[in-house]
Ligand binder design. Sequence first.
Ligand code: SF4
Ligand SMILES: [Zn+2]
Length: 324
Amino acid sequence: MNEIPDPEINDRWIVSRRGKKNAVDPQKPYAWLVEKELTASGKIEDTAIIFLTNLECSYHCLMCDLWKNTTDIPVPAGAIPHQIEWALHQMPAAKHLKLYNSGSFFDGRAIPEEDYPGIASLVRNFETIIVESHPRLINERCVAFRDMLKPELQVAMGLETVNATVLRKLNKRMTLEDFENSANFLSGMDILSRAFILLRPPFLTESEGIFWAERSLDFAFRAGIECCTVIPVRGGNGAMDHLKEKGLFASPDIRSLEKVQEYGIGLNAGRVFADVWDIELFSSCRLCIGQRTKRLEEMNLCQKIPPPVTCDCDAPESRQDECK
Ligand code: SF4
Ligand SMILES: [Zn+2]
């Protein structure tokens, strides 16, 4: 681990590094799309994602850039169902729906509880609804929402990393025990859960990044999580760029993402997805980026390990193993 002393990382420091938010409309989601995903039952099916516009998350995690598309004040009651209805009219049909709100679905200031019945009614024709939440906001409210739904509910939570020192520095305000308790609570209620796992958060070298992402997969599956998404960490939120300048953070390499996903699939414990959003940020080799991206996408959809990509960039001297 990089031993250079880290700055005093707290809410104030993180927020002070930010740039401006994007202009958003409380009556419209800020994005929506449909993508293929391998379901828990083993079928490749269309999954819609609606990125809801709502109040900024009350946590201020070091690596998070989701605040960019949020409001400063709570959206009025009725706005979230309106956004969902509006987006569903724009999008092709899909069997599954992710409602991602740049924070926690079960934060009552972000998604008013009085909107739950309206949301449940709008999504009744889907087979699965997936929402995201900070682990510490998992409670009876999830069960109340689940009980209103016709589709099956799945909840995604950020585990981030099981390196306890780094987790503390991420300012997530969560312990591994908190995460485990929430995963157990959801399993006990027959609610499937997903975990987001970071590949190479700040303060780690490339090889440490791989090591801790793999240990995080081990931990998540042991805790009863059904599906994990590995997210290569990027800069761009101000705080991370500052750490990069100080030599405390560097984005991981696409080959490390392949390695971690191979490891996760090899565990045979549940689905393991690699986040390929902005994947070109994680490669400096124009020769193999296309093939590697295709390989990651194939692993996402098939959960099998295809033959490796070979390229000149695999030579040991071209690999980076320190924060730069
Ligand atoms: S809890 Fe999630 S949305 Fe909120 S700041 Fe942390 S990473 Fe971002
Ligand atoms: Zn290459």
